[in-house]
Design a protein around this ligand. Structure first.
Ligand code: F0G
Length: 455
């Protein structure tokens, strides 16, 4: 049962199949091009799409909008400090701004960062700083079907090897992403994080958490890691932050706000360097990239997000949708995490080769069938072709992510998604692949144009 009731409602659009066919044609079969009012259930992302609590809205109304030294900032700083133990909290407009500021201050060109998996903006910001981002996911992450509890872990063996290897002097940072969004939202165990922290200490390399989904990781630790069974998610989260030198936080996820983030830091000299960049590019340090009201809303969101009954309801919702998906005959990346389900489109649509984008084909079909928006994580996102359109590289898996916005959809919405998944499976042999018609030079999945190809 969701531990909240509805106080404000927002109608969601109900469309006909003919309208959806027309909309898809208009946007050249790219779901990012749809207007939100053409989408019935929007599972594109869990980022900035959650519902605020009544307490958050009213805290926002009481926000202090002073340019310097606002009450909202000091409240926000105290809440971040209690949770993370970091004395410095630099507010930014969203997670990627924290990445840009930290990497500009910490990474001279030519350095290397290591991670369980860099999220795509994290990788982009490392590369923009003239550095190299190396992913070291654990080997268990490669088996999509296994029930391994912590497939988000870093490969400790490869990490130790890298820290002792010939490039060791170039390694400037280790980033642990909790939960690991690039590996299907799988969690990182406290055992893995603790061992990573001691390797980093041994080699004097700073360890930062990409803490976008810290509460969800903590909840999964209490469920899956025996030594933490009797701890609350909040206690696990506090312990995780204390193992690191700082954090990058997109508050749009586990801050349960529509916009916001922060950079948490332990080291004073680094904080001073980052503050200068903050002032130049985001704002004065007591508001950064945000309004005073945002800081108060984040402060409350960071507290509400670790409430056990909230996390329990979120986990139950993900498990419910996972069951419906399996019952419909679609394999998911097992075991399901909390923020999203990842559908194995490659297995569902074996008649569509990678360069005809089976994940994209499934995502388009879910929209056509029921107005559900999802996102492809397959060869449209990660693959490449030569100038004649012939495939060069394919993604390792052809996946579709159904992300679950926080406190937004109820079980009846998920049941509707289940019906649409089942109807889509009935049609699967008739689902066409897609051909790229036009693509931008960078991040092509956002803006490319496609068309269906039969046979
Ligand atoms: N780190 C992780 C693990 C993320 O998932 C994201 C965003 C970011 C950093 C960047 O934060 O959006 O506030 O700048 N993920 C969104 C998603 C976009 O849909 O998964 P941001």
């Amino acid at each position: 049962m969701e531990p909240y009731r509805i106080k404000v409602v927002e109608p969601i659009p109900v469309t006909t199949r003919a309208q959806r066919e027309q909309a898809l044609r208009r946007v050249h079969y790219n779901l990012f091009g749809l207007r939100a009012e053409e989408v019935t259930i929007d599972l594109l992302t869990d980022s900035g799409t959650g519902a605020l609590s009544a307490a958050q809205w009213s805290a926002g109304m009481a926000g202090d909008e002073s340019y310097a030294g606002s009450r909202s900032f000091y409240h926000f700083q105290e809440v971040v400090h209690d949770l993370t133990s970091y004395p410095y909290a630099l507010p930014v407009h969203q997670g990627r701004a924290a990445e840009r500021i930290l990497f500009s201050a910490l990474l001279p060109p030519g350095k290397i960062t290591l991670s369980n998996t860099h999220f795509d903006t994290t990788r982009a910001n490392v590369e923009l700083a003239g550095c190299r981002a190396v992913d070291l996911p654990c080997p268990q992450a490669g088996d999509l079907d296994s029930d391994e509890p912590f497939k988000g872990n870093i490969d400790l063996h490869r990490l130790a090897h890298a820290l002792r290897g010939p490039d060791a002097s170039r390694i400037a940072l280790v980033v642990m992403t909790l939960t690991n969004n690039g590996e299907a939202g799988q969690p990182v165990s406290m055992d893995n994080l603790t061992r990573t922290a001691s390797l980093c200490r041994e080699h004097s390399v700073p360890l930062f958490l990409d803490a976008a989904r810290f509460a969800e990781n903590a909840r999964l630790v209490t469920q899956r890691e025996a030594a933490f069974r009797d701890m609350s998610p909040r206690q696990v989260a506090e312990q995780a932050f204390r193992l690191a030198d700082g954090c990058l936080m997109s508050a749009k996820k586990d801050g349960i706000v529509h916009i916001g983030g922060f950079l948490g830091l332990r080291d004073r000299a680094l904080a001073e360097r980052c503050e200068l960049l903050l002032i130049a590019t985001e704002g004065f340090p007591t508001y950064g990239g945000l309004a005073g009201r945002d800081l108060d809303m984040i402060a409350l969101g960071l507290t509400e997000v670790t409430e056990p009954c909230y996390l329990q309801a979120r986990a139950d919702a993900a498990r419910h949708l996972a069951r419906l998906t399996r019952e419909a005959g679609i394999a998911i990346v097992e075991p399901p995490g909390l923020h999203a389900l990842y559908l194995n489109a490659g297995r569902l649509l074996p008649h569509i080769p990678a360069h005809r984008f089976p994940g994209h084909a499934l995502a388009c079909q879910l929209y056509l069938e029921g107005g559900i928006r999802s996102v492809e994580l397959g060869s449209l996102y990660l693959g490449s072709e030569d100038e004649n359109g012939a495939p060069v590289t394919a993604a390792p898996y052809e996946l579709v992510r159904l992300a679950l916005p926080r406190r937004t959809y109820g079980l009846s919405h998920l049941n509707r998604v289940g019906e649409v998944l089942a109807a889509t499976v009935e049609e699967r042999e008739r689902i066409p692949g897609y051909r790229l018609v036009e693509q931008p030079p960078l991040l092509r999945h956002f803006r490319s144009k496609l068309e269906p190809v039969q046979g």
